[in-house]
Design a protein around this ligand. Sequence first.
Ligand code: 5GP
Ligand code: MG
Ligand code: MG
Length: 187
Amino acid sequence: MTLDSHIHKVLWTQDQILHRVTQIAAQITLDFNAAPDPPLLVGVATGALLFFADLVRRIQLPLSLDILRPQSYGSDSLSNGDPSISLDLKLGVKGKHVVLVEDIVDTGCTLSSLIAHLEAKGVSSVSICAFLDKLTRRKVPVKLVGDGKFYRGFECPDHFVVGYGMDFAELYRNLPYIGVLKPEHYK
Ligand code: 5GP
Ligand code: MG
Ligand code: MG
């Protein structure tokens, strides 16, 4: 059984994804071009890592990279709203301008807790770069730090999506596009 045969519907193709990633990278390049210090791009593992890799190689600036892993929710599709950190940053972030790179924002609980975590470390600003945003499902407003900005790839309809780093039960992260599974595979 092939990977593609598990997919009910493709929402964004690989071409559409990379086109949008290129646009976001150009915007970040423009916004941080005049900044005195290089930004620190932080990828939220595991879901954002494909987006992170595509994004950072298109940003035309000196920058640093690090990874943050929130506590996993297990293999179900519901978040519990209380993510703590399971893998912290390697680099010091005091006084840094951080761009937090996420796969998808849903309720906003995960991002809010990660932002609070970075703020407590004394960052100068936190910007958010989320590839997808389920705006209609927001429970917690995402509060930026300092003069941080919010970059968004696409607004996502209220479906549980997989691919381009995003999983269902730790599968499908390697799909190069984003789609919705056939109902029999959400089990
Ligand atoms: P939040 O804390 O905003 O409710 O949830 C954010 C996290 O939940 C995302 O980083 C992602 O890991 C997961 N998530 C939310 N919606 C989806 C979805 O449609 N598909 C997948 N695979 N993960 C999702
Ligand atoms: Mg994520
Ligand atoms: Mg997941």
